[in-house]
Write a protein that binds this ligand. Structure first.
Ligand code: FES
Length: 318
């Protein structure tokens, strides 16, 4: 059996029994935003029911959860969760201004079925070069670029060796993920092995290259965490690069930043550490109160104390 749903200001759309409102609107060519791919995990497909509410299927558990969190009124539904039982339904899409339209359509025909991301559990890896600013200040710009390339080649090789993927570079650091094609346990092991390899490679690089030729040595800070993130392309920038976003990414970045105050070059969250089959030796654990994060985080220190960085006020390490 099939019915019609009227999208106010747009068109009347045929809908079959067993088809969600989102599926019907997309099939009819409406650029209906659906960031999570119709899984009930975002709110971008939401519609306001103007008439015929009694023709809709009951709320799904996803809708109940989202309504609770976002406090939506009763006549707001997720189009990807709602089915239609009869005639007389009139709805209005709620996310549909010109900017949304541009992001969504982006002049590509296939874009109206495009999903911007999927949820994945990944190991998140942040690394930053310490003591790079003094090096820049005291060396010629072309030398700085040359050395930077050498150091980033070390990072890249180690990350690739353990199946990691670099997501972004910024200044003297980068951000990578592990686990795009593997389990979270293997991903965490990969992230830790890549980090330990980089620590070892930097030591060799300092002894064989930096100290003799540039009278300088580098140290790095590494932070690793695991968590559920959204992997996709949010369409920021000119290229179609992979983007990985989510709260655990911020935590991983903060762990990396905490390496200074903890005076240890490799800080891993307890949650990630527990996933390791053969965890490396830990110099102790600490409870970190991270800026902007309400819970304190238990972390393990699996790197080395810094040699050249002044000692900061340190939290209690047990
Ligand atoms: S598309 Fe994400 S909740 Fe419907």
């Amino acid at each position: 059996m099939s019915f019609q749903v009227e999208f106010k200001g747009e068109k009347a759309v045929p809908i079959k029994e067993g088809q969600t409102i989102l599926e019907a609107s997309l099939a009819a060519g409406i650029p209906h935003y659906h960031a999570c791919g119709g899984k009930g995990l975002c709110t971008t497909c939401r519609i306001m029911v103007l008439k015929g509410e009694e023709q809709l299927s009951p709320l799904t558990s996803y809708e109940r959860t989202i309504k609770k969190v976002r406090d939506f009124p009763d006549n707001v539904r997720l189009a990807c969760q709602a089915y239609v039982k009869g005639e007389g339904l009139q709805v209005q899409r709620l996310i549909r201004d010109e900017t949304d339209r541009y992001i969504f359509i982006n002049n590509k025909e296939e874009s109206n079925i495009r999903v911007i991301g999927e949820q994945r559990k990944l190991a998140l890896f942040f690394i930053d070069i310490r003591s790079f600013t003094p090096f820049i200040e005291s060396h010629l710009p072309f030398d700085v670029i040359h050395i930077m390339r050498r150091v980033f080649a070390l990072f890249r090789n180690a990350i690739a060796q353990y199946q990691g993927e670099i997501i972004d570079t910024a200044g003297d650091g980068l951000y990578a993920v592990f686990g795009l094609n593997t389990t979270i346990k293997k991903a965490t092991e990969g992230a830790v092995l890549a980090g330990l390899k980089i620590l070892e490679d930097i030591k060799i690089f300092n002894n064989t290259y930096m100290r003799p030729y540039f009278k300088h040595t580098f140290e790095v800070g590494i932070g690793v965490h695991v968590g559920q993130v959204v992997v996709g392309n949010v369409g920021i920038g000119l290229s179609n690069n992979l983007t990985v976003m989510g709260y655990p990414v911020n935590i991983a970045a903060r762990l990396q930043a905490s390496t200074k105050e903890l005076n240890n070059s490799f800080v891993i969250s307890e949650r990630a550490y527990k996933l390791l089959k053969n965890p490396p030796y830990s110099h102790g654990c600490a409870h970190l109160q991270l800026k902007g994060v309400s819970n304190s985080y238990e972390v393990q220190l699996i790197g080395k104390p810094y040699e050249t960085i002044p000692k900061y006020t340190r939290p209690k390490i047990t």
